[in-house]
Design a protein around this ligand. Structure first.
Ligand code: ASN
Ligand code: ZN
Length: 333
């Protein structure tokens, strides 16, 4: 059991100035978050295995907001893990990724010019690259929440990472990445329905993925069709991300926190939004109670309708909104 000894001050590239959970060790501090089961953040120092070194600091002020300072990435990924931990705890009473009170750990500065981030069940840990060329470190809040949510999915529905279930696995990570952004209250990262908008992965200012109309990325699908199970899971996630946007915000043109969205529906029938908190609660209950490793899009519809029925009542307005949002992405009738 870790006790919080101190809360340090961090300067992240994306998170701005934030509290970071640190623990005193002798005359210095370690990036060990005693408020969240002792979550540790390591500097891989461009290595690609093991844990490198635990971030340590003499004055408990971490990073300077620039990627040139090695601690800056540590601040961002530690903040992302903390915000995601808090989201699941505050909103659903979930005590960690496996709901067993055990923390994962984070590894920053993986490899050389590595343009990705990933979760691994084998180490119960997440890992972040520094980016390359025109793009930036893969350490933003939505990326951290996406990766950590892969751990939650593994511990719950365990959606197989291929075919339609793989698309639903990916979408679950994007869905809770958006939900964590909205819940975090972080002023430096205005919440949106975009994924990886701060990374500038293509060097032209566009996000990695769009939830209002996934096809804006040039590859993701907006609507279910029978070919979905044969494409990359980061593209077959599109209809579920689109479902979640429609359910949260409704169809058509809308500006949320200064970002313009324009979400179409397959059948042209408008969908009214129920808000991201309700949509998140429905997806969480579906994921943790009804989905299994082989759940496909039709099964996700049944799971979310059952979840909506449990939470809001069968044939309630909210339940009917779930059905309408699925129809909007060509699932069900
Ligand atoms: N960042 C990617 C993801 O979490 C890594 C992967 O392809 N699994 O989806
Ligand atoms: Zn993913």
């Amino acid at each position: 059991q870790y006790e919080r000894v101190h809360t340090g001050t961090g300067h992240g590239q994306y998170s701005g100035t934030v509290d970071v959970g640190s623990t005193a060790s002798g005359s210095s501090y370690q990036l060990v978050d005693g408020d969240r089961a002792g979550h540790r953040t390591f500097d891989l120092n461009q290595g690609s295995s093991g844990t490198g070194t635990l971030f340590t600091d003499d004055n408990d002020v971490w990073g300077d907001g620039t990627p040139g300072n090695r601690q800056t990435a540590g601040v961002d990924v530690a903040f992302g893990a903390a915000a995601t931990w808090d989201y699941y705890k505050d909103v659903y009473g979930r005590n960690g990724i496996r709901n067993d009170g055990v923390a994962a750990y984070s590894r920053a500065h993986y490899g050389n010019a590595y343009v990705n981030a990933f979760w691994q069940d084998s180490c119960f840990c997440m890992t972040y690259g520094d980016g390359a060329g025109n793009n930036k470190p893969l350490t933003s809040l939505d990326v951290a929440a996406h990766e950590m949510t892969h751990g939650v999915t593994s511990a719950t529905a365990n959606l197989t990472y291929a075919g339609e279930s793989g698309g639903l696995n990916e979408a679950t990570s994007d869905i809770f990445a958006a939900a964590v952004e909205f819940h975090s209250g972080l002023s430096a990262d205005v919440p949106d329905y975009l994924v990886g908008e701060k990374i500038d992965i293509r060097g032209n200012g566009t996000p990695l993925r769009y939830m209002d109309k996934p096809s804006k990325d040039g590859a993701s699908r907006d609507y279910w069709d029978a070919s979905l199970g044969g494409i990359d899971v980061h593209y077959s996630s599109g209809p579920a991300n689109h479902f979640f946007y429609l359910l949260s915000e409704g169809s058509g043109a809308k500006t949320v926190n200064g970002v313009d969205y324009d979400s179409p529906t397959h059948d042209g029938v408008p969908v009214a939004g129920i808000g991201i908190e309700n949509a998140g609660a429905i997806w969480y209950r579906a994921l943790t109670t009804y989905m299994t490793s082989s759940t496909n899009y039709a099964g996700a519809r049944v799971a979310t309708l059952q979840a909506a029925s449990d939470l809001f009542g069968a044939y309630s307005e909210t339940y009917l909104a779930v059905a309408a949002a699925w129809a909007g992405v060509n699932v069900g009738d």
